[in-house]
Structure formats: structure tokens, C-alpha cells
Design a protein around this ligand. Structure first.
Ligand code: BEZ
Ligand code: FE
Length: 285
């Protein structure tokens, strides 16, 4: 038998929310308090465990700066980011599915011409990524913008290397809705593990890897913008992405070719890969 407070405290806390509080804020805080209290009751949290939790959240905040967002990493690894994404992007079956933005997006990338090489000078397997941006009925969208970013052959994004800038750019679809760019084949990589989220993953016996992917933000006037990835077919981490971001419809074959003609009309003296994908956007409601 616990003290009466153990049974009455949740209602007492909820009763303190002002009657004139914003209704949505009231709804969110009521649910949060109920679930937090239920979690403490279910686990019968010890004082030491409660304090370890406080220390974990403190360390998570202390790890954040203008380049590192450890709370987003926490949300991603607990599946919360993908749940929020799923609830907020319920789309018709033919629309391209969405996935996490991740912490390595940088706004303001340069606009580049069709077939520009976003990975010029980087070691790696050359790859040509191309396709179309269509509406859900298959009609080409002219002037759609693709903002793309990816990692290097060692698994790092430019922002993870002080002063570096590479493997990102913006492309615009042509009169037939086509886009194309040159890059290197992305590789699977571990999300940052040098902070509290890394320790949490280790404690749960989870690996930190994401399957290889190219990030894309696709937008066009009059259409709902999407944030998504193209995942590399055959990657060993497709079934166990550390942030639960994989959707089958986003897995693309990177086809290996011997040296020879390339999709941009050129000729490669070394073997290369090609990947083809059509994005489908939904009209703005
Ligand atoms: C990424 O794909 O860049 C990413 C997504 C979530 C967490 C860490 C990295
Ligand atoms: Fe990524």
C-alpha cells in the first residue's frame, strides 16, 4: 500500500493547468503528464534511476550546439521522428514516401546545372542519379527543385569535417520533369555515437548504422514538398536502420556498369553506377 499521494498526484498535477490555457497546449501537456506518471508507476522508478534520467537529459542538452542536435538524434533513435513523420504525411499510395531529415541538412545549397558533379574531387565509386519529378497521375512537373545531400566514401557529411563543403546541391527539373546529377555511391555510416545517445544505444545492445542513402528535399510550386531519401539496394543495414527511416518504396538499385557511355551523354574511363527514380508529389490542398 503506497501513500494516498501515489494515487492522487496525477490528477492533482492535471488540475493545476489553467482553465484558460491554449486548448492544444492543454491537450499535449495533459497527455504528457499522464504518460510520464504512468511510466514512473509501471517501472517503479528508483530515485537513482530518476537521477540518472535527469543526468542523461542534461548531457543531451549539453551536447547540442549550432552543428550538433543531440535531442533530434534521441528522437530519431527512439522512433519518435518517424512516428511524427508518418502521422503528418499520410499520402495517397502513389505519392513518394517521406523519411527523416536528419541533422546534416544545410539550407542554401548552390543551384547547379543538370548533370553537375556534387562530389567532384571526392574518392569513391562514380554514380549518376537521375529520374523525373511527376504528379500522382504521372504528369511531369517542370521546374521542380531537388535539394540533395549525402556523405563521402568514408561515411562523413561535409559538416562533420570542419571547414569542408561537398556533396550537396540543388537541381531543377527540365521541360519533361527530368533531373540528373553526378555523385559518388553513398556508403552506410554510424550516426554520431560520441554523446549520450551513443551510450544509450550501446546500453540497449543496438548498432548505430544507417544504410547508404542520398537525402532529397523535393518541392514545386503548388505541390506539397517532401523530405525523403533514396536508399541503396543491397545495403546490409536496410533491415535495421538505427533511426527506422527505411521504406521499401525508397530502395533503389545502383546498377554497376563497366567503363563506357554515361547517362549524361559522356564517357567514363572507370566503372560507374547508375540509379533511376521518379518522385511523385501531391497537389497542395
Ligand atoms: C542522416 O541520415 O543524415 C541522419 C538521420 C538521423 C540521425 C542521424 C543522421
Ligand atoms: Fe544521412
Amino acid at each position: 500500500m503506497g501513500s494516498p499521494l501515489e494515487h492522487t498526484l496525477t490528477d492533482a498535477v492535471l488540475a493545476r493547468i489553467e482553465g484558460n490555457a491554449d486548448p492544444r497546449f492543454r491537450q499535449i501537456m495533459t497527455s504528457l503528464i499522464r504518460h510520464l506518471h504512468a511510466f514512473v508507476r509501471e517501472t517503479e522508478l528508483t530515485e537513482a534511476e530518476w537521477f540518472a534520467g535527469i543526468q542523461f537529459l542534461t548531457a543531451t542538452g549539453q551536447k547540442c550546439d549550432d552543428k550538433r542536435q543531440e535531442y533530434i538524434l534521441l528522437s530519431d533513435t527512439l522512433g519518435v521522428s518517424m512516428l511524427v513523420d508518418a502521422i503528418n504525411h499520410r499520402k495517397p499510395g502513389s505519392a513518394t514516401e517521406t523519411t527523416v531529415l536528419g541533422p546534416f541538412y544545410v539550407p542554401g545549397s548552390k543551384h547547379l546545372p543538370m548533370w553537375a558533379d556534387i562530389a567532384a574531387g571526392l574518392p569513391g565509386v562514380p554514380a549518376y542519379v537521375h529520374g523525373r519529378v511527376l504528379d500522382v497521375d504521372g504528369k511531369p512537373i517542370v521546374g521542380a527543385e531537388l535539394d540533395v545531400w549525402q556523405n563521402d566514401a568514408e561515411g562523413f557529411y561535409d559538416v562533420q569535417r570542419p571547414g569542408a563543403s561537398y556533396a550537396r546541391g540543388k537541381f531543377t527539373t527540365d521541360a519533361e520533369g527530368r533531373f540528373g546529377f553526378r555523385t559518388i555511391r553513398p556508403v552506410s555510416y554510424p550516426i554520431p555515437t560520441d554523446g549520450p545517445v551513443g551510450k544509450m544505444l550501446l546500453g540497449m545492445g543496438r548498432h548505430p548504422y544507417r544504410p547508404a542513402h542520398v537525402h532529397t528535399k523535393v518541392s514545386a510550386p503548388g505541390y506539397e514538398p517532401i523530405i525523403t531519401h533514396l536508399f541503396v539496394q543491397g545495403d546490409p543495414y536496410l533491415g535495421s536502420d538505427a533511426v527506422f527511416g527505411v521504406k521499401d518504396s525508397l530502395v533503389v538499385e545502383f546498377v554497376a556498369h563497366s567503363a563506357g557511355p554515361t547517362p549524361d551523354g559522356g564517357n567514363s574511363t572507370v566503372p560507374f553506377h547508375t540509379a533511376q527514380y521518379d518522385f511523385r508529389l501531391v497537389k497542395m490542398r
